[in-house]
Design a protein around this ligand. Structure first.
Ligand code: NAP
Length: 261
């Protein structure tokens, strides 16, 4: 009861691509932690509305907002809708992402896939962070202000059939550092979470491949990651408790990043 009473003035969190998968788990977790959440999606209106309805019913303010993060007007509308509903933005989670279209070998990959992947996975997060940061700088009063980018082990591990995805995610790592450096004086902290193999719609088409790789020791922790595992990392990074830490990467990958011989 006490927790629910504190929600109406809680931090406002925008989670891109939160109609399903990792983003939905993050939205649900931040909501349970007392945030007012904006559930962004591109196509899945029923899923987004369903999640917003479920959270609202529990007494946690939540709205759904359609918008393609790769589109300038949509990003502006996402910010405006957030401000209209809640008057502020304290947390931005750049989660929306797509994989390489058709997962084609690097020698056959297409410009269409490159443009779509880069618009969604890198340009969108960059310019949405810019918009959010400008607003966050006006808010010096209360809640921690944090941007979290959902990166990937693909930012450093090669998949020859997902070149555009890998290169966009590598760019996102530098983006995290750039914004962390620029916004530190404003007390706005920027982090990235680096998931490994996570059970979601994105990895469903390659489930068998990863079942085998995991069973054969791909990761020291021999299981698939869950969307909740990633949500826990975002919860920690947005808690405001890491007061001397910015630009940091938190691996949620079962130990995949550990080089082993
Ligand atoms: P997912 O299950 O495919 O869900 C993708 C989400 O992003 C959906 O909510 C989708 O909305 C939304 N979305 C896609 N394009 C969008 C756009 N242009 N504008 C706004 N929203 C958009 O993916 P996921 O596995 O949860 O992945 C989420 C993030 O984690 C991505 O950045 C991905 O790169 C990263 N990641 C995933 C894994 C993994 O193993 N799954 C590993 C490392 C990193 P609709 O429902 O409307 O389509």
């Amino acid at each position: 009861m006490e927790e629910i009473m504190s929600v109406p003035n809680g931090p406002v969190a925008v989670i891109t691509g939160s109609s399903r998968g990792i983003g939905a788990a993050i939205a649900e977790r931040l909501s349970e932690e007392g945030c007012r959440v904006v559930i962004n999606y591109i196509h899945s209106e029923p899923l987004a509305n369903q999640l917003a309805g479920k959270l609202s019913q529990k007494g946690f303010p939540a709205i759904a907002c359609q918008g393609d993060v790769g589109n300038r007007d949509d990003r502006q509308r996402l910010l405006e809708t957030t401000l209209k509903a809640f008057g502020r933005i304290d947390i931005l989670v750049n989660n929306a992402g797509i994989t390489s279209q058709g997962r084609k070998d690097i020698l056959d990959s297409t410009e269409d896939s490159w443009d779509l992947v880069f618009d969604t996975n890198l340009k969108g997060p960059f310019f949405l962070s810019q918009l959010a940061a400008r607003q966050m700088r006006l808010q010096v009063d209360s809640h921690p202000r944090v941007i979290v980018n959902i990166n990937s082990v693909s930012s450093y591990a090669v998949s020859e059939n997902r070149a555009d995805y890998c290169i966009a995610k590598a760019g996102l790592e530098m983006m995290t550092k750039l914004f962390a450096s620029r916004l530190a004086d404003d007390g706005i902290f920027v982090y990235e979470v680096c998931p490994g193999v996570i059970n979601s719609d994105m990895t469903a088409p390659v489930k068998e491949k990863y079942d085998n790789l995991i069973a054969n020791g791909l990761t020291p922790i021999k299981r698939w990651g869950t969307c909740d595992d990633v949500a826990t990392a975002v919860q920690l990074l947005t808690s405001g408790k890491l007061a001397f830490t910015t630009g940091e990467r938190l691996n949620v990958d079962g130990g995949f990043h550990i080089r082993r011989i």
